[in-house]
Design a protein around this ligand. Structure first.
Ligand SMILES: NC(=O)c1ccc[n+]([C@@H]2O[C@H](COP(=O)([O-])OP(=O)(O)OC[C@H]3O[C@@H](n4cnc5c(N)ncnc54)[C@H](OP(=O)(O)O)[C@@H]3O)[C@@H](O)[C@H]2O)c1
Length: 320
């Protein structure tokens, strides 16, 4: 009797894990075959509308999405703080993708509530088909909550949670009227478990995943899609701190995926699946972590980040 119960629980747990972790790859395969044999794929501008708005579009993952979406015929609006950098990236996109239309908008999401009235007015001029809520910041290195600067605490909340929340509030009404649109919310593998010494960042990403999954259910009846992307380590300025000196490697740097490789996979996922890690290798990492019960995941993350905390405090000691 006991063994039967263990078998039933084991089979049930395995089926749940398989459903959660193989749903996206299986859907991708099915959609890929459908496209190959049945054809008839509509372009992104036809399906969702002409403009793609990308927050944090001047660097890293956001810049990768901007290039990809321009290559698919979308007009692109990039939002970030540094105007000169935005213009440089806009020129780069126009030079790389013939006929691409790119506009830039300067905004600092760390300023919080005060910026959204102006943003709403400026965005009203655009028929937004795709909104990529990508902007995000991280504390430079692992650190205890009580040792963080107050400014950084607010930046993490205002930029990582506030921007996506407010931009959805601004963009969704017009998407509902047009009965089309796609929202892509960039979360992180950090959302999978609470992360000591990266506590606020991981919590903001758990917010993004929760918010995005709930929003998807709210907007689906209006013909709007909402995709949650939760990548692992990607080589951008955000993860530069994980890189050891030139030519060296460590446990973290070998896991870094190039932006171009991530975008090739994440771009293929657009319009096909509602949840992805953005790269197959991150899918394997997430699925492996998801085999662990929540309390064990927390232990693994605690161990990993305590190690990083010590590495960085040792580096600080050496450099001061
Ligand atoms: N890199 C990774 O390993 C990784 C993994 C999982 C998830 N993610 C998520 O992916 C997203 C992008 O990360 P990334 O690594 O590509 O970052 P990144 O390379 O540091 O780029 C950040 C972008 O955001 C802009 N930005 C920063 N602060 C801003 C502010 N206050 N207001 C407006 N724009 C601002 C930056 O431009 P300006 O500085 O000119 O404003 C830049 O365009 C984030 O949400 C991050 O959490 C990253």
């Amino acid at each position: 009797m006991f063994m039967e119960l263990v078998t039933v629980v084991g089979v049930y747990a395995t089926l749940c894990w398989l459903y959660e972790n193989l749903r996206t790859p299986v859907l991708l395969l099915v959609q890929g075959f459908q496209q190959l044999f049945l054809g008839g794929q509509t372009s992104l501008p036809q399906k969702y509308g002409p403009w793609a708005v990308i927050t944090g579009g001047s660097d890293g993952i956001g810049k990768g999405y901007a290039h990809y979406l321009a290559s698919q015929g979308m007009k692109v609006l990039l939002i970030a703080r540094n105007e000169a950098k935005l213009k440089r990236v806009a020129d780069e996109i126009m030079a790389n993708h013939q006929g691409a239309e790119v506009k830039v908008l300067v905004a600092d999401f760390s300023k919080g509530e005060q910026i959204y009235e102006r943003l709403e007015q400026e965005l009203a001029a655009f028929d937004i088909g795709i909104l990529v809520n990508n902007v995000g910041v991280i504390n430079e290195k692992p650190i205890q909550v009580d040792r963080m600067e107050k400014r950084m605490l607010w930046d993490l909340i205002n930029i990582n949670c506030g921007a996506a929340t407010n931009l959805c509030n601004i963009a969704v009404p017009a998407m509902k009227r047009r009965h089309r649109g796609l929202i892509i919310n960039i979360s992180s593998l950090s959302s999978v478990a609470p992360t000591p010494y990266l506590a606020i960042y991981a919590a903001t990403k758990a917010y993004m995943t929760s918010f995005s999954l709930a929003l998807r259910q709210e907007v689906a009846p209006y013909g709007i899609e909402c995709q949650t992307v939760a990548p692992g380590y990607v080589h951008t300025s955000m993860t530069e701190y994980l890189n050891p000196a030139e030519g060296q490697k460590n446990a973290f740097s070998i896991r870094l995926v190039k932006v171009a490789d991530m975008i090739r996979y994440a771009g293929y996922c657009i319009g096909k699946v509602d949840q992805t890690t953005g790269h197959w290798s991150h899918g394997i990492q997430t699925a492996t972590l998801n085999m662990l019960p929540a309390s064990l995941k927390l232990r693994v993350f605690t161990r990993l980040y305590t190690q990083l905390l010590h590495e960085y405090s040792n580096t600080d000691k050496k450099t001061t």
